[in-house]
Design a protein around this ligand. Structure first.
Ligand SMILES: [Zn+2]
Length: 585
């Protein structure tokens, strides 16, 4: 097997890796580049031949991992997309929503052409258990708990024959790695992340938070609920008409927040505190995001999915205890919270509403959750425009804010309550902005931090013997993050410690790297015309030169300037030589 890194090398978007085994070609993820990395313009071209790809393994439904699937199909891909049921359904919703944006280069019909194979629909499915794909080629899924349905892939294949038997090799693609771990599922919805198996020899690992650790209080459930409580109680001191706005990512973050707010209001407040939130009318929570409603249906169904062993596939095992609910009551609650059950919106201590509120003048405490997470567009913009000039507004940031985004502008005021803010994104003057901004993003990150990544790479949770990791390839991080994580892995690997997995070498792939051959354990410079566009370009160059040669011969018959003709033939032959040598690179 050989692998080739296509995207998310030195950046955190555009995830895509090619792999080939016995003349078949697969992709792990096919993501869009976003923000400063974006180059998915009107003619976004994939840097390989889509028709040559037999299948895609999709780790999760974020657009930076799935956003180019429609381009792949438009450019000739006819294979299957292998993933979990939750990922398939969330991906279809995310792409259909993206298709409705003015800048979209694809339609909802293109999304309908995607063929998903849901590996966890098989009755015998278990995480970590191999599913055969071809003779001597199988895949197992590792739950990564980054978003609902997210997995890493562990491919096992028969390597080159050394001696009599073909050796078995294993490569793991982490996808994005979440935060919940065994014994500390502090984020509300998802179960703990899992680890590469004992026989993993190669690991392609994300490195988003390489070099950056979060304070330990951020990984504590009680601390998060306490911070949320303080934020809500303080916001309510602003009295009648107080508004709390949560700009948030619609997939996973919004559902997590909804559940946290539900637990806070229904369980964590005493009578006196509830009184502080009640201005003659119960507090209301408003979910203003049609997309999150659609995601919510998938959440209320897939969170309750059980495996053959009777355990939940994804649901946080601590949740039933926190809520003190059995399976049926939990199913009912999730349906109510996430909008499937529209007739039942009243709770003991608050009311829940969906959609843009008809009346913007309210006396009670209003809590609004709306997309998008970085305040770059969508319904959140109207809420901010209306409420930022009010002193009784509190904006709560719950996710990473990319540099230069309106969300990053708001964050200035979380660090310094008097910071000047540019109001242009909302069409208001900066000095008019009177709202308070609170940063809770550390509590809600969907990515493991530096220590979490090291834990994923080095931890042993089995008593069976472990293979050493021959190579760890770091992707999905900027270069500084990759280098800092790489150095930390090398430092850790220096000390022979039997309680940890061994790592032989770290690789930081760059766009110039060609194929890495897992049988030879080294980089190679092979060409695969079935998938490589460079080969296609060379072939088309030859075709054009041949046409030119024919035209030149016709011209020679008529021309008397022998010197000019021989110079032209000379130049033509040099061009042919250049193309021929390009083919052999
Ligand atoms: Zn992701």
């Amino acid at each position: 097997m050989k692998i080739r890194f296509i995207g998310a090398i030195g950046t955190v978007t555009g995830s895509c890796t090619l792999l080939t085994h016995r003349h078949r070609y697969y992709l792990v993820d096919c993501g869009a580049t976003q923000g400063n990395d974006a180059n998915d313009g009107p003619d976004a071209k994939l840097p390989f031949k889509a028709a040559g790809i037999a299948g895609v393994f999709l780790t999760h439904a974020h657009l930076d991992h799935c956003g180019m699937l429609t381009q792949l199909v438009k450019q000739g891909f006819r294979g299957n997309i292998y993933c979990t049921r939750a990922t398939a359904e969330l991906t279809k919703l995310a792409l259909t929503d993206a298709a409705s944006l003015p800048a979209a280069q694809f339609s909802a019909n293109d999304v309908d052409r995607l063929k998903f194979i849901c590996l966890d629909d098989r009755p015998e499915f278990q995480f970590g258990k191999s599913v055969g794909l071809e003779p001597n080629f199988s895949v197992a899924l590792i739950r990564t708990s980054h978003v609902l349905g997210s997995v890493g892939f562990e491919f096992q294949f028969a390597g080159a024959r050394d001696g009599k038997a073909a050796s078995r090799k294993t490569i793991v693609f982490s996808g994005d790695i979440g935060c919940n771990v065994d014994g500390n599922c502090y984020q509300s919805l998802l179960n703990s992340r899992q680890y590469p198996s004992t026989h993993a020899e190669y690991l392609v690992c994300e490195s988003t938070y390489g070099g950056r650790d979060r304070d330990s209080r951020f990984t504590n459930y009680e601390e998060r609920m306490q911070s949320l409580k303080q934020t809500v109680l303080k916001a309510a001191t602003r009295g009648t008409g107080a508004t709390i706005i949560f700009p948030c990512f619609t997939m996973q973050r919004m559902q997590e927040l909804q559940l946290d707010l539900h637990i806070l209001l229904e369980q964590h407040l005493d009578e006196a505190e509830l009184g502080q939130l009640n201005f003659g009318t119960l507090p209301e929570i408003i979910i203003d995001s049609p997309l999150s409603r659609k995601y919510g249906e998938v959440f209320s169904r897939e969170l309750l999915r059980k495996r053959a062993n009777g355990k939940y596939s994804y649901l946080n095992p601590e949740l039933s205890g926190r809520l003190n609910l059995d399976h049926e009551s939990l199913a009912e609650l999730l349906a109510r919270l996430f909008g499937k059950d529209q007739n039942n919106r009243g709770f003991r201590n608050y009311t829940l509403g969906f959609g843009t509120p008809a009346n913007h003048n309210h006396s009670g405490l209003r809590i609004i959750l709306a997309g998008s997470g970085m305040c770059t567009g969508g319904r959140i913009m109207g809420h901010l425009r209306r409420n930022l000039p009010n002193e009784n507004t509190t904006v709560v940031i719950t996710g990473y804010q990319g540099g230069g985004t309106p969300g990053a502008e708001l964050m200035k005021r979380a660090a310094n309550p008097n910071a000047a803010i540019d109001g242009i994104p909302w069409g208001i003057a900066g000095h008019e902005i009177k709202a308070t901004v609170v940063d809770l993003s550390g509590f809600y990150s969907g990515h493991a931090d530096h220590s979490g990544l090291l834990d994923f790479i080095f931890s042993k949770n089995s008593s069976l013997p472990y293979q050493a990791l021959k190579r760890v390839f770091l992707v999905h991080g900027d270069n500084q993050s990759r280098q800092e994580l790489g150095r930390a892995i090398e430092d850790e690997a220096q000390f022979a410690n039997t309680s940890k997995r061994q790592v032989e070498r770290v690789e930081i792939p760059n766009p110039e790297n060609r194929w890495f051959d897992l049988d030879k354990n080294k980089w190679v410079w092979d060409f695969y015309p079935q998938v490589e566009l460079a080969e296609q370009a060379v072939a088309s160059g030859f075709g054009r030169l041949q046409k030119l040669e024919g035209m030149l011969m016709q011209f020679c018959e008529k021309s008397s300037d022998g010197k000019a003709v021989s110079e032209m033939i000379n130049q033509l032959n040099i061009a042919k030589l250049h193309l021929a040598s390009a083919r052999q690179v």
